[in-house]
Design a protein around this ligand. Structure first.
Ligand SMILES: *Cc1c(COP(=O)(O)O)cnc(C)c1O
Length: 383
């Protein structure tokens, strides 16, 4: 009944985790969910107010424009200027997305012919590989290894593979490893892409979830990156707006235009009140971001301390709301996650769910309250 593109999909491990969690809850276990990458905190009130006000405007309920309201694209450009000191043309270099996942899933349709190679990191957010497969592309795995700081080794990609590749997906600050990349890495990527004529797609939803003095760079700040790449950004993590479905792509106008053509033929844009609220988010007061950083810092430090009492040598990440850590000896990522759920009611995501190179790791999300994380740590103590 189903098309090959569905039957060929790898099993969706996260569904199995949801089921295990549900079963435990049914049996009366007080489950602490450190599995999902979805902020528990609501968006700031001024953003919700802007949504409500706009929704009451009778003019805001028709089909929005395909590329996004020019005012939203202008606000995104202004935010890039403020945040990264990058100048963008809102008309040709910014495209509104229904969340960055949508743009990531669709971009291979614009540039990948059946049989073309796409360079995909592993472990990774699954949509890079799935979007590639849906377009008939052939994913080539770039392992992200601890000894390389979870950055792909571009020199290890055979020249014939690099020459056949149409796209490369990257994501720093990284989900699930919480690794960060610096500008010199992005420069290396831009050089590599220009040498082999590859489009760079940098997924950057965690740029604002950073700790201490660390600030995450944009791919587009690297020399030459604007010639070969785009960056996807999202309001999901920065302003706790995951359910709202709004993000944007910025960068090389030809690449933006290709993605825009796919979208014009598939979707009909983002509800205007959501775009207007997103303008408020991007241009309004930004103290919500520093407040959020403080909250995640506290949770991170609690969790790291807790893991260390378990004998797990966890390093505090510089960015993202994840802790990616090796599982203790004698476990696989799946058996360790299963043990955590069975013994102490904690849901964590087994690394193998992000790809074969995620085996041996587990990901804890810091998207539960400090109290719940403290409770999780207590349970670990008592194990
Ligand atoms: C959360 C996340 C996104 C953002 O998705 P949206 O569709 O914008 O909500 C994109 N990439 C990664 C790696 C993520 O973790």
């Amino acid at each position: 009944m189903y098309a090959k593109r569905l039957t060929a999909l790898p099993p969706y491990l996260f569904a199995a985790i949801d089921e295990a969690k549900e079963n435990a809850t049914k049996q009366g276990v007080d489950v602490i969910d450190l599995g999902v990458g979805d902020p528990d905190l609501p968006p700031p009130a001024h953003i919700i107010d802007a949504l409500c006000a706009s929704a009451h405007d009778p003019k805001r309920h028709q089909y929005p424009s395909y590329t996004g309201m020019l005012t939203f694209r202008g606000a995104a450009a202004e935010w890039y200027k403020k945040t990264f000191n990058i100048t963008l043309d809102p008309v040709s270099e910014v495209l509104t997305l229904i969340g960055s996942k949508e743009g990531l899933a669709h971009i291979p349709l614009a540039f990948v012919n059946p049989g073309d190679v796409v360079l995909v990191p592993d472990p990774a957010y699954p949509v890079y590989k799935i979007g590639t497969l849906f377009a008939g592309g052939v994913p080539y795995t770039m392992p992200l290894l601890a000894e390389a700081g979870f950055l792909p080794d571009l020199d290890a990609i055979p020249a014939d593979v690099a020459d056949k590749a149409k796209l490369i997906f990257l994501n720093y600050p990284n989900n699930p490893t919480a690794a960060v990349a610096d500008l010199s890495f992005f420069k290396e990527v831009a050089d590599f892409a220009s040498e082999h004529d590859i489009i760079v797609v940098h997924d950057n939803p965690y740029s604002e979830i950073t700790f201490g003095k660390y600030r995450a760079p944009s791919l587009l700040s690297a020399p030459g990156a604007m010639d070969v790449g785009i960056e996807m950004h999202s309001l999901s993590k920065t302003y706790n707006m995951t359910g709202w479905r709004i993000g944007f792509a910025v960068g090389n106008p030809e690449i933006i235009s290709g993605l825009g053509t796919v979208k014009t033929n598939i979707d009909s844009g983002v509800f205007e009140p959501v775009q207007e609220a997103a303008i408020t988010a991007l241009t309004g007061p930004q103290d919500c971001i520093s407040d959020m950083r403080k909250i995640y810092t506290e949770r991170r430090d609690l969790m790291i301390a807790g893991l260390r009492t378990l004998g797990i040598d966890a390093t505090p990440p510089e960015a993202t709301f994840y802790i990616w850590t090796p599982v203790p000896d004698g476990y696989t990522s799946l058996t360790f996650s299963a043990m955590l759920l069975e013994k102490i009611g904690i849901v964590a995501t087994p690394g193998v769910g992000f790809g074969e190179y995620g085996e041996g790791y587990v990901r804890f999300s810091l998207t539960s309250s400090t109290d719940r994380i403290a409770e999780a740590v207590d349970r670990m103590h008592g194990m």
